[in-house]
Design a protein around this ligand. Sequence first.
Ligand code: UDP
Ligand code: MG
Length: 331
Amino acid sequence: MSINLPKLTIVVPCYNEEATLEETTKELTRVMKNLIADKKINNDSTILYVDDGSSDRTWEIIEEKIASNLFIQGIKLSRNFGHQGALIAGLETARDFSDCVVTIDADLQDDVDAIAQFVDKYQEGYEIVYGVRDKRDTDTFFKRNTALWFYNLMGKLGVNLVPNHADYRLMSKRALDEFAKYQEENLFLRGIVPLLGFKTAKVYYNRKERFAGESKYPLKKMIAFAFDGITSFSVAPIRFVSLLGFLLVLVGIGIAIYTLFAKLFSYTISGWTSLMLSIWIVGGMQLVAIGIIGEYIGKIFKETKRRPRYTIEQNSYLEKRKEQILDLMKK
Ligand code: UDP
Ligand code: MG
């Protein structure tokens, strides 16, 4: 087998997936074998199961598979860290052993045969390949519409997401190395990956029904996930408070003029004017003040993330140096 073939790792987060793992293993093994037979990936490529603190037999099944199937590796998290946490654990583990990594859910909703297309794109030089679903007709009406609404809202708040793409994607070693520089605690993968830049491609596929078991993403988790996404990426809510404060001060000035006129030119109950003035002006000023404090907190919030300030895609210094070394080696 040629050394030049890329080593692929497929990362699969699993939370109480005892009902699906058998079939998932069968399907992913088939995909691996085909890719190796087609000479698209190296034969030491692996499938990495990440047990996200399951309370059922998930880890026991994974251990059985590690023992009986050469492709399978596993890591077990100490408790339930959530889908994103499990994915990140898998990506960071796989980074050291792989040339490219595909992440896919354990429930076979995503078409495993798209992986071959992901690898083709990787071979063409794309560093990130997004799996994008063609239709969402297997999702409930509710899930489809809340998802659409979420993408719209995030877009308006200035967070760049790839529509209809969940966490089914390929990342090259290079993209993963860059990704590792994002050290923030609340990592929202779908928001971070587009920030990496590089050459990206999309592969379209049909999303199916969950193969077995139930969704581990009930409404409560979905809302928490959306809220997390917004507050990890955007200071727009803070800015909204500042804006509201300024508007309120403007309204307050209008009301101040009105109350003063009313006091001067018609009968008013004593105390009304001063009350009205203080409620509106002071209220507005308080909101402005909160907004300004919020702006500073927003800055601190961005600083604490310590995101890389830039990513270099090509560097002629390094490339020239590489050529020189190659030349020297030839001599
Ligand atoms: N998952 C996980 N930790 C969790 C919840 C889910 O690792 O706390 C995994 C789950 O096993 C599956 C993937 O994340 O492989 C997606 O979950 P699910 O299919 O339940 O979500 P849905 O497709 O309904 O959005
Ligand atoms: Mg699912």
